[in-house]
Ligand binder design. Structure first.
Ligand SMILES: O=C(O)CCC(=O)C(=O)O
Length: 296
């Protein structure tokens, strides 16, 4: 990989550009709060469509950074926690998946502090929002691969207690044809399932489900969104996405956050290349910035 001369943006715990609005007052933020019906849907289903997060200028900037970052030799490549040009390893089913973009691209960094994201995230977490990590998921035109059914927390048990959430943000319209995300409503009430693989086989999960879960699993809900819209999901909600069969890419930025106070449970680095956070110690420091503390 290119050794790069890029600076590590994780040293900056706040926006570096004016791409996203800055607001301080509770009143300014109120427009991004979920209403009671949306909160009830979150409790009932384990996912909820959020506010429109991005305008066309922000979408274009994020797309441009993503295009630059999808070339493995780009400057700053040393800052990735994970980088898979094709996580499926099957050239006919490409899934670009990478963690750590916030350290490299300015828009991908600044979106963490976007109040349209942090405000509803704090509401769902019921407390201050701390960054865990980001993810890019891209399925190219015609041969974009699947994201197999999974619960996010299966990948995160090295951090406890479970007070995490995911915000999935589309950079393209996402549809049934291009591989939008599907959710299994109510699966956030299931126990934690073992990891059965992320980029390969959509049927792999079947072998770890009980009969009752398998019956509930029969009606997953596709969430089709316009570019710039988002959906939040609970860390136990089972979700996945099918192939992209269209002539255009399906790109997404995913933000994973925790309620402040979530601790490491591992004596190993929580993310590749990051210093160890000793077990029992809350996440903090350069790689886990506090994004927003709601006023009481
Ligand atoms: O983008 C996708 O298709 C899957 C995203 C996903 O698994 C996630 O946001 O946790």
């Amino acid at each position: 990989m290119h050794s790069g001369s890029a600076r590590d943006l994780s040293l900056h715990h706040g926006p570096l550009s004016e791409l996203f609005p800055q607001v301080e007052s509770v009143t300014d933020r109120a427009k991004w709060l979920f209403n009671d019906a949306q909160l009830a849907a979150w409790d009932e289903q384990g996912f909820v469509v959020g506010p429109r997060l991005l305008n066309s200028v922000q979408i274009e900037q994020l797309r441009a950074e993503l295009t630059m970052l999808s070339n493995p030799g780009h400057p700053g490549a040393e800052f990735w926690y994970e980088y898979h040009s094709n996580e499926s390893r099957d050239p006919g089913k490409i899934l670009f998946h990478a963690l750590g973009a916030w350290r490299i691209g300015i828009a991908l960094h600044d979106i963490l502090w976007h109040p349209a994201f942090t405000t509803p995230a704090a509401q769902l977490l019921n407390g201050p929002v701390r960054f865990w990590h980001d993810q890019l998921f891209c399925k190219p035109a015609h041969h974009g691969g699947v994201v197999a059914w999974h619960q996010d927390y299966s990948y995160w048990t090295r951090t406890q207690p479970m007070a995490h959430l995911t915000c999935w943000i589309g950079l393209d319209d996402s549809t049934v044809d291009n591989g939008c995300v599907y959710y299994v409503p109510g699966s956030h009430r299931w126990d934690l399932l073992p990891i059965t693989g992320l980029a390969g086989d959509m049927n792999a999960i079947q072998k770890v489900l009980t009969q009752e879960q398998w019956e509930q699993f029969q009606n997953p809900v596709p969430v089709q969104l316009k570019a710039g819209e988002c959906v939040f999901h609970h860390p136990l909600t089972v979700h996945g996405s099918f192939e992209n069969r269209t002539a255009n890419p399906r790109r997404a930025v995913v933000l994973n956050v925790v309620r402040d106070g979530v601790c490491s449970q591992s004596d190993q680095p929580l993310l590749d290349g990051v210093p160890v956070v000793p077990p029992g110690t809350p996440l903090s420091g350069q790689f886990f910035p506090l994004l927003y503390t709601p006023s009481l």
